[in-house]
Design a protein around this ligand. Structure first.
Ligand SMILES: [Fe+2]
Length: 287
């Protein structure tokens, strides 16, 4: 089949688009699967994969605590094996997401918003990577929620693609240019280099991926007459109350897996024990 993500292939796009939009509205409960720790059966794994196939994310929960090995096994069952590491992840590629604002960072005291209790603006994971080492999927697992706040808000990136393209196909053409968004080099990291790439691109299997952040600092957009218009359109779509956005306040032993959709995190307040999440990122999607 011809790719719906090539602008000339309007028939294929229309078919794909109509099907995609027909999946909404949907209740978040229908996007969740419950697992028993002792018995991660294949039917449930397939159910989870089915949900991801349609919505690019799915929620799961377990009956009791998962340690790092359990989490890794769970990912293996989802065929998520090739992890993408980062400077703050451990040797298995697992990041511990907790408020470390008052703890001395491993990276010479630089504050990284994910590791604080602050709001984390809309983004896809690893938007600062080049597309050949990009993050295609991730798992975010809650070990302990905050006393209050810390909600995640999720939006399938394919939906925003559709709204942009329907509004103005030129927007898509611009966002698929290989030099449209630049992340300048990080002066605090030795040998750091600037990364230039597209916002939307298709991978080797023909799936649509998105590199994006709503942050204003440390992003250089290529000069183009339409960039401001595009950014404003994305901003207003993300901000409006619509049936495509899902608010997820993860409970203990609950998490979500996603094909690197757009997401944000609200600020939170810790109780006696700190909010604690685990995150694993992968170079392949959930299929
Ligand atoms: Fe993220």
């Amino acid at each position: 089949m011809k790719s719906p993500f090539i602008l000339e292939n309007q028939t294929e796009y229309q078919k794909w688009r109509d099907h995609k939009l027909s999946l909404y509205p949907i209740n978040l409960k229908k996007l969740s699967v419950s697992f028993n720790n002792k018995n991660i059966d294949n039917d449930k794994i397939n159910k989870l994969k089915d949900i991801v196939k349609k919505y690019n994310f799915a929620i799961y929960d377990f009956t009791s605590e998962l340690n790092d090995n359990h989490l890794q096994n769970f990912c293996t069952k989802l065929d998520l094996i090739n992890f993408v590491s980062n400077l703050l992840a451990d040797s298995k590629g697992i990041s511990t997401i907790t408020d470390q604002a008052n703890t001395k960072s491993k990276l010479s005291g630089i504050e990284y918003i994910p590791y604080t209790n602050k709001q984390l603006n809309w983004h896809t994971d690893g938007y600062y990577y080049p597309i050949n080492t990009s993050v295609k999927s991730f798992l975010l697992h809650c070990m302990l929620p905050a006393k209050s706040g810390g909600e995640n808000i999720l939006l399938d990136h394919e939906i925003i693609y559709i709204y942009l393209r329907d509004h103005n196909p030129d927007f898509i053409e611009i966002l698929m240019q290989n030099n449209i968004m630049e992340i300048p080099k990080n002066k605090n990291i030795k040998n750091s280099q600037s990364i230039i790439g597209p916002v939307f691109y298709t991978d080797e299997d023909g799936f649509l991926n998105m590199r994006f952040t709503l942050r204003q600092q440390n992003i250089i957009w290529q000069k183009n007459d339409m960039i401001k218009q595009i950014k404003d359109f994305i901003y207003s779509f993300i901000m409006e109350d619509n049936k495509y956005k899902f608010n997820v306040l993860l409970k203990e032993n609950q998490g979500y897996v996603a094909n690197n959709i757009l997401h944000k995190r609200e600020e939170y307040t810790d109780g006696k024990n700190k909010r604690l999440l685990k995150r694993l990122r992968f170079s392949k999607r959930i299929k």
